[in-house]
Ligand binder design. Sequence first.
Ligand code: BV8
Ligand code: ZN
Length: 253
Amino acid sequence: MTKKEDQKNALESLVHWLRRTPRVVVLTGAGVSQESGIPTFRGPGGWWRNFRPEELATPRAFAKDPRLVWEWYDWRRSLIRRAEPNVGHRALVELEKALPQFTLITQNVDGLHRRAGSRQVLEIHGSIWEVRCPGCGKVEEDHRVPIPIPPYCDACGGLLRPNVVWFGEDLDPRVLDAARQALVQAQVMLVIGTSAVVQPAASFALWAQAAGAKLAEINPAPTPLTQHCDLVLTGKSGEILPLLVRRFKGLGL
Ligand code: BV8
Ligand code: ZN
């Protein structure tokens, strides 16, 4: 069988699964936003001024140099502001509308799933469009581009931080619990555009599989998860997801 036929069969099998299983969970990573022009974390372009994300997305980096960390977030916010959700994001909105029980868990903080129209979204790493005041606990939306560097809380004057989960920080227990609920009830899980290295998100697919879900991965490259998946669709989410939705709706390839 040629690779192309292999991929076509995998797509047909996935459509077959989706038509028969009401409970579907999707986990996305930075790869889904790559075709909107947002650099992935570990691919080319993930670096900023010679810093890796793991060096900046930490409480220690922020404590040491809040201006530098805010300059990085301000640069990302300006990039995301100019970006549009891509056809991969929009295909996931179609899938959510077409399926009886659909949960989208995303590691991305860019908000593009919501901007595309996804409703059932769990942003497990927070949102780049929210700020939080460690002083008084205030959390609010903040879409200022550029944002004052560094921004201060208008309630207590404290130094604001992005309302995202940094390395070494716990995820919001309520969000993690909602994700766990969806994962253990899922019959099918799609893992799309993630290198599957950041924990605990990298273990989500194994949680779902242990509870009986079938796993499908969509990624141009193999990941540590690939060997555990029942189906592997090799390619870009912006190419594969619209195809998947067309076939699911009984339209031609
Ligand atoms: C936690 C928000 C408990 C911020 C992010 C030592 C000390 C402390 C912690 C640890 C430690 N060792 C390990 C840990 C745990 C740590 C971790 O996992 N580290 C990694 C680096 C090993 N995790 C944590 O700290 C988590 N908290 O564990 O709490 C705890 C507490 C204290 C001490 C210990 C444990 C918190 C993790 C959350 C970090 N925050 N983001 C921000 O964004 O500014 S993570 C960041 O990485 C993003 O959210 C991103 O989404 C996420 C994962 O990356 P990916 O999305 O997968 O992106 P990546 O670039 O890696 O891959 C892109 C993929 O897309 C590739 O596979 C590529 O092939 C593919 N692709 C490319 N183009 C396309 C495509 N796919 C489809 N279509 C395309 N067109
Ligand atoms: Zn405050």
